[in-house]
Design a protein around this ligand. Sequence first.
Ligand code: DAH
Length: 370
Amino acid sequence: MTDAVFDKIGASLHTRPEHPIAIIKDAIYAYFDAAAASRGAAGPGKTAFTKFDGLHPVVPATANFDEVLVPADHVSRSPNDTYYVDDATVLRCHTSAHQAATLRSGERAFLVTGDVYRRDSIDCSHYPVFHQMEGVRVFDQAEWEAAGLPDGTALAEKELKGLLEGLAAHLFGPAAETRWVDAYFPFTHPSFELEVLFNGEWMEVLGCGVMQPAILGNAGLGGEGAPAVSAWAFGLGLERLAMCLFQIPDIRLFWSADPRFTRQFKAGSMASRFKPYSKYPPCFKDVSFWVPAAGLSENDMCEVVRGIAGDLAEAVTLIDAFTHPKTGKSSACYRIAYRSMERSLEDEEINAIQERVREALAEGKGVELR
Ligand code: DAH
């Protein structure tokens, strides 16, 4: 893990009321509070959601993967995708990492918000740290019987879809068009994605579904001899919502301390629309190399760039790749776009950074520069 990522731990953007990530979080919390309060018959105590904002992002790999039934060969387990602290410990790659332990602690309806970490490519909507919210709610048999539904799955799916459609309307306005798409997640069955029509395009806003009985069973719920239960779960990304709703064009801005950014948002107000304070030109630099025998993934490449250039790296794009017919060696050419949100960059500064990137690739990753 580079310092650039390590330094983000504890920043806790989602608990700073004036920060756009926290503003979206609070709007979603308010929606779920209102939904729970309006469910008169079941009693507010029963459906109020407990909120967790401070769970630590360093978690056992078992919590991040096994306890939510992520298969042993799933790509997300690869050190190319997830940051491992050691063999048995990771920086959570999703807030689903807290489902099982929170159920075991006795919670039956909860929302968990936190920073999550993924090794990824670099562009305006991908950053190694972002924020998710997880929601879970457990039902007992009396609830689906009272609702006149045949089983727990039917109630979970019905309530889940109703609540999340309501959430989309709460965030995007009552006229927002939404649609459900079938999906696959290891933790739920059936699974769905909710899409919202935004600026003429269908945008995925969350994943959700009916929780796998094994997750409940491992938490001591349901299963043989125990009273029947059912549950729904969802997970959503807060940056994506904030970028759409506040018209924030680049994910790096969330980390900016520039008052020209931070002053544009107010705690509790969803009405802000980001006004760009200036647009400085990007500076493009290409780097070509022979890929070492051990390989070098795009995620590795981006980690090197992010580690050296920090938030000056705006995009990294593979612009050319080929394999030499005789030697069998692979060549790659990446174009790096450098741009600051705050100031114009001097050529000298970027040349020095590019030189350090080249050195780090040659010395740290064993590429043969061309
Ligand atoms: N953990 C998923 C992700 O990061 C999101 C998600 C999907 C969470 C479905 C859920 C769920 O709880 O039911 O992509």
